[in-house]
Design a binder for this molecule. Sequence first.
Ligand SMILES: [Fe+2]
Length: 447
Amino acid sequence: MVYKYMTGFGNHFESESIKGALPVGQNTPKKAPHGLYTEQLSGTAFTVPRAGNARSWLYRIRPSVIHKPFVKYHEKQEEEDMKMHVTPAQLRWAPFEPKVDEKEKGKSGRVDFVDGMRKLCESGHPELREGLAIYIYNFNQGMSEGKRSFFSSDGDFLIVPQEGGLLIQTEFGNMEVRPLEIAVIQCGMKFTVNKIDGESNLEYFRGYILEVYSGHFSLPDLGPIGANGLANPRDFLVPVARYEKIDTGVEYQIINKMQGQYFKATQAHSPYDVVAWHGNYVPYKYDLTKFCVVNSVSYDHLDPSIFTVLTCKSTRPGTAVADFVIFPPRFAVQQNTFRPPYFHRNVMTEFIGLISGHYEAKKEGFMPGGASLHSMAIPHGPDTATVKRESCRVDEPERVAEGTMSFMFESMFQMKVADWALNKDGKVDENYYKAWEDMPVTFTESE
Ligand SMILES: [Fe+2]
């Protein structure tokens, strides 16, 4: 199905699926058109300065507050309570697979997006609204089959599908999000993740999620680059209002994540009954292939911050809770320059994932659906084979990362790693250190 979208980043949008459903000239009339209930969804404190203030007004068949009491979602909680570890190791993972859990398989062998989502790394705590988490998801069942809806009270979700296109139903409307696209679902917004009908016979759908506990994503400032380039605002797409009218016989399960814990509640109506809405606090998607790459055209590397798609700024100027950075296909033309990423020790934490293709700084071992983590001040860089190949390459313009899309979640915070991800079942590569082991000494005292 082809869904319609509105374009722009940070705009004040308005959308109605029935003509006249949006109140004219005010937000909260005594009686909203068509007998709808009025509900505000705040994305920032009321008093945040206007430039950063975010909220939307939703006009819906029933207010969200009608539901049975929340109870602990014990089935999901078990794994979340697992220990997180501190490690300085350079970590690399083979493509992540669904969790090995015979109990689960014995039950049904079916897992949806929420149950298939596993926390891999975390820093900080949502209780104080500071930090971030990284999740991997593997699922084989749409959430609609179980009439399930999820929302996080902890932060904004940036979803990076790697295998399988997603149909994401939200209170604001529907979005189709395929690999090489991303979606952002902000704190408090309910959503349901399904497969796109008839599009894939994959055994499992897989992807990455970045959740930021403080602030929201914005476009990076461009400084001397000027008014254009990197991710252009007009390429961000926002869904249009679309509602589900279910009167009787339905039981929706609403799943909430709060302070890293999972809760569930039932309700006898659809959470997707918003007939019209307006505001600037919205879910959106972006096609990564539309990113306008900027780089050096003379010599040397510019820093990877030039590849930033979205940033969630921290309160310390110039630093980020998390940057979302991509390395798309592009020309490399720098002369007398070692073109792949250089050896590096960073004051930021770098988590890298691969959506498709082959990452230029590693000959082998880093595969689509896998990941790597290089923590604060921990050395990393190109492997031996890449160094040997690239240090004697003839200077000429070349295409790099052709057919490839890798990305980085880069954070000013230090992260801990989940217990499950530090053993073989978690796909960790215990031989990663060997990538640099055979680096030759080429030093000579006389040139
Ligand atoms: Fe780095």
